[in-house]
Design a protein around this ligand. Structure first.
Ligand code: ZN
Length: 429
């Protein structure tokens, strides 16, 4: 079975933020014949067509209409895979430059999402994101990525905190500000971005700039069985879903296949481009109008649709097996994880779990199950949030990983291929 690892690494290493991730998705889709549609323009879509639409440069929905589609005999429904483009990191404030005692220059950052703060210390860092610039009479967005090791957040030496190994509480304002140079470089921040964007500093009117870990993805383990890298949550699933969509071509002809990648999962999804927005519902409605579907036929299709929410899951930790549920605990390299939650923070139920297990059986890939320990709260994800906007049968799955929300995470090399194959099987049903 193909393992996709080199291609996954290339995708993650060149996606330092959600903006670059979505740009790459768009490029790959365009190469495969998908046409871009824009929300502020009327859509012309037709049977056999493949399309994608972005919102706010950081979320993207792609879909392909079966060749066989016709108004009188619409397809059965929608087959959707959802994942998220963002990862926990630090966002630079609007005025980020801070001089320290006229010697050092730091950047003033705040937390984006719930990361393990200590993992950002003592690593080569840089910044990437987007700027909005004035260009003639228009405002245009340009992506920027400073591809150099320009920042570091230095630890305090152990000699200055002898109790450090008993645990440290980090204050994001005082402990996590990156050092970027000497104070003489103050007032150079916008110039740095402008040079990268190919514009004048004065023309930059807006910025969404994030710190990112410059370390690249690597294989690890005695036989290269692990993959380590930044942003595996959730770019591993984004990548797997994209590959599956591209390889399934137009699918079986029974369903409209869709890939929905949302920003802002790490901060609650409640933005105009997050899973809790109208984005998915808006795109479904425009597909309906574009294909001139009757309301009744569209409602029937929604009822026969299925959504796979793909977001990474916690594998059993080798040093802390006690953190896992006694039975419902996945391991790296042992297959796709189906996630369950009694209070429905994961959308999986008996029916959707059965569909997913049946997909894995047909794809000949292993699956495992996850539930939190009953005395732990655990995280949430996209599935149940999306259901408030558009309701359909949904399963929450993910790939098993360790150190979720660390600046450098670990997963299993075999699991990526399992995901691509299972999702491809789903898209071909
Ligand atoms: Zn996630």
């Amino acid at each position: 079975m193909k393992d996709y690892i080199d291609s996954l690494f290339q995708f993650i290493d060149s996606s330092p933020t959600c903006y670059q991730a979505v740009e790459q998705l768009g490029n790959r889709l365009a190469l495969a014949g998908y046409q871009e549609r824009f929300e502020k323009e009327p859509w012309k879509i037709e049977a056999g067509g493949k399309y994608y639409v972005k919102r706010s440069d950081s979320s993207l929905i792609a879909f392909s209409i079966p060749q066989s589609f016709c108004r009188e005999l619409p397809v059965k429904g929608f087959h959707i895979v959802a994942a998220h483009s963002d990862s926990p990191c630090f966002k630079l404030k609007e005025k980020p430059e801070l001089a320290v005692e006229n010697h050092y220059l730091k950047w003033n950052v705040e937390k984006y999402g719930g990361m393990i703060l200590s993992t950002w210390l003592d690593r080569p860092l840089s910044v990437a994101g987007r700027v909005v610039v004035r260009s003639r009479n228009e405002l245009v967005t340009k992506l920027v990525n400073i591809e150099r090791d320009i920042a570091v957040i230095p630890n305090v030496a152990i000699h200055m905190n002898r109790d450090m190994n008993k645990g440290v509480e980090y204050n994001p304002q005082t402990d996590m500000q990156p050092l970027v140079g000497s104070a003489m470089h103050k007032d150079g921040y916008l110039k740095l971005l402008a040079k990268e964007a190919g514009v004048e500093a004065d023309d930059i009117l807006g910025q969404d700039i994030f710190l990112y870990n410059r370390d690249q993805c690597k294989r690890a383990g005695l036989e290269g069985e692990w993959i380590c890298g930044p942003r595996l949550d959730d770019l591993e699933c984004v990548y797997g879903a994209l590959e599956a969509l591209l390889q399934s071509d137009s699918g079986s002809g029974n369903y409209i296949n869709m890939l929905a990648v949302f920003d802002n999962e790490e901060v609650g999804s409640g933005t105009k481009q997050g899973a809790d927005s109208t984005f998915l519902g808006d795109v479904l409605a425009r597909i309906r109008t574009g294909l001139q579907m009757e309301e009744e036929a569209y409602r029937c299709m929604l009822a026969d649709s299925f959504l796979i929410s793909a977001d990474n899951a916690h594998a059993l930790h080798p040093n802390h097996p006690e953190k896992a549920d006694p039975e419902n605990k996945p391991y790296l390299n042992e297959g796709i994880v189906i996630k369950y939650h009694g209070s429905q923070r994961y959308a999986t139920d008996a029916y959707s779990a059965a569909v997913m297990k049946d997909i894995c059986r047909e794809a000949e890939v292993p699956y495992q199950v996850y539930a939190n320990r009953s005395d732990m709260v655990g995280g949430s994800t996209l599935g149940n949030i999306l259901m408030a906007q558009v309701s359909m049968n949904t399963v929450d799955i993910g790939l098993p990983q360790l150190a979720m929300h660390s600046a450098y995470e670990t997963a299993g090399a075999k699991d990526v291929g399992y995901l691509v194959r299972a999702l491809q099987t789903f898209y071909c049903r």
